[in-house]
Design a protein around this ligand. Structure first.
Ligand SMILES: *Cc1c(COP(=O)(O)O)cnc(C)c1O
Length: 449
């Protein structure tokens, strides 16, 4: 692309489409209180044929030409075309492994089960995909002379880790609000290490969200939650990337866990662009999986999405999705309607046992991925997902961020969970004979016929 086309994008209100704002305006919601979305000049993008986009994306993946080697920035024209490459804050996010879960799939009776490993990323969760876009825009704003004293987010752990890392790299002050005692040690230590100003508040995520909205409104702090639709632009690349990894063949099912519901909305938005620009010609179905303890979308789905009522989310081992009043609810319901969506839920036992079952086949799942795995297993059991279907589960974080819950599972300390696959270390004196006896017994027990 020698001559640079004038790709443009802007904010638009999601309900009436009547309000528009430039992307360098500091605005998060429309006048009616609904969210904004980023819209792209599709006519301009359409001037490049589908085959050319496929080639461009392929050539850029992993390339060393800044910043196009990133899975997000390799699609810059579709994501955030209007900023200077110098202001991109990237850690080469995206381009994560699409793992063929052959053994796990076989055990469930599926021919083709794949796990998109979004947690194999700089801060260990898919949140990097959105945060690279948001922090890059902030750097661009500062460059354009706007007054942005700091960026802030409320977080159940992973958003704050991503914000803290990208902001630190760009030398932008970051502030994070966490519910005290409700995030894992690994999640807490990330923003602490990256030098963010960390507040642990005596409330839940929804309570932290109320505070961050106030500092954004009253103190001009830039809001980094997924209410800010710039995040969605980065996160939407995951769906594009999955289909690219199948050489542009569309899988039958995409299964994703949902809390604040930005991710499921983003997944659908990426697919919309692929359809719109002719890179694919059919839709996969989307399954959004919720923890039973935090299931407002599931309850709405049960009533045909006719009504939605926020709930008080109860504690769950899937702490990043313990959200009762999801900010992206309207976008998510729209997305699920477009993609013949299903919402399924999982109990704490189902989450823990599915995680453990999949871990036994070489994975190392976070509990949120466990929610998606449990939902997928239920759909397979009910026959909604068929043996020959190609299924992709989006793994949203790395299991290493959530070892507390795994340890509890394997030490039979997870309240209310049976731990069917517990595998605690065998403690023995260091004597050859007793080690040998135990070893041979265990080999026979686990692999004998
Ligand atoms: C944020 C997060 C989710 C949920 O994404 P939403 O956009 O809030 O629905 C799921 N899993 C992990 C690991 C997360 O960090």
């Amino acid at each position: 692309m020698s001559q640079k086309p004038a790709y443009r994008s802007w904010f638009r209100s999601i309900r009436d489409h009547q309000e528009t704002y430039a992307l360098d305006e500091i605005v998060y919601t429309a006048r009616d209180g609904s969210l904004l979305e980023v819209v792209h000049d599709m006519d301009e993008l359409r001037k490049t044929p589908a085959g050319d986009w496929k080639r461009i994306f392929r050539e850029r993946a992993h390339s060393s030409e800044w910043p196009y080697g990133s899975g997000v920035w390799g699609k810059k024209e579709w994501v955030l075309p209007g900023i200077d490459n110098e202001n991109v804050v990237s850690m080469y996010e995206g381009n994560t492994n699409l793992f063929w879960a052959e053994r796990y799939g076989r055990e469930l009776g599926l021919d083709e089960l794949w796990i998109k490993q979004c947690g194999n990323s700089h801060t260990g969760s898919f949140k990097d995909l959105g945060m690279t876009v948001l922090v890059s825009m902030v750097k661009e704003l500062i460059h354009r002379g706007k007054n942005v004293p700091a960026v802030a987010c409320a977080s159940t752990g992973d958003t704050s880790a991503a914000l803290a890392a990208f902001a630190a790299a760009a030398s932008i002050p970051a502030i994070v609000f966490l519910p005290r005692g409700k995030v894992s040690v690994a999640q807490l230590i990330q923003p602490v290490s990256n030098g963010a100003i960390v507040f642990a508040l005596d409330t839940d995520f929804d309570g932290c969200m109320e505070i961050v909205k106030q500092v954004a409104e009253k103190d001009g702090i830039y809001l980094a939650n997924s209410m800010n639709s710039l995040r969605i632009e980065g996160q939407k690349t995951v769906g594009i990337e999955i289909i690219e990894q199948f050489d542009w063949e569309v899988p039958d099912w995409l299964v994703i866990p949902g809390g604040n519901l930005g991710n499921v909305s983003a997944l659908a938005k990426g697919l919309d662009m692929l359809l719109d620009l002719g890179l694919i010609d059919r839709r996969p179905r989307i399954v959004c999986a919720q923890a039973e303890a935090a299931n407002p979308l599931y309850l709405s789905y049960q009533r045909g999405f006719e009504v939605f009522e926020p709930i008080a989310a109860r504690p769950t081992i899937a702490n990043a999705i313990q959200i009762g009043n999801p900010v992206s609810i309207e976008k998510a319901i729209d997305a699920l309607k477009r993609y013949d969506g299903i919402v399924e839920q999982a109990t704490e036992t189902e989450i823990a046992e599915s995680c453990a079952r999949a871990d036994r086949t070489g994975l190392f799942n976070c509990p949120h991925t466990g929610v998606a795995l449990a939902a997928m297993e239920k759909l397979v059991k009910r026959g909604e997902i068929a043996r020959r279907d190609r299924v992709v589960v989006l793994s949203t974080a790395h299991g290493l961020k959530f070892v507390d819950f795994k340890l509890q599972y394997h030490e039979l300390r997870l309240a209310g969970v049976e731990s069917k696959l517990a595998n605690p270390p065998i403690e023995l004196p260091a004597r050859y004979e007793s080690v040998r006896d135990e070893m041979l017994r265990e080999i026979e027990r686990r692999f004998g016929h």
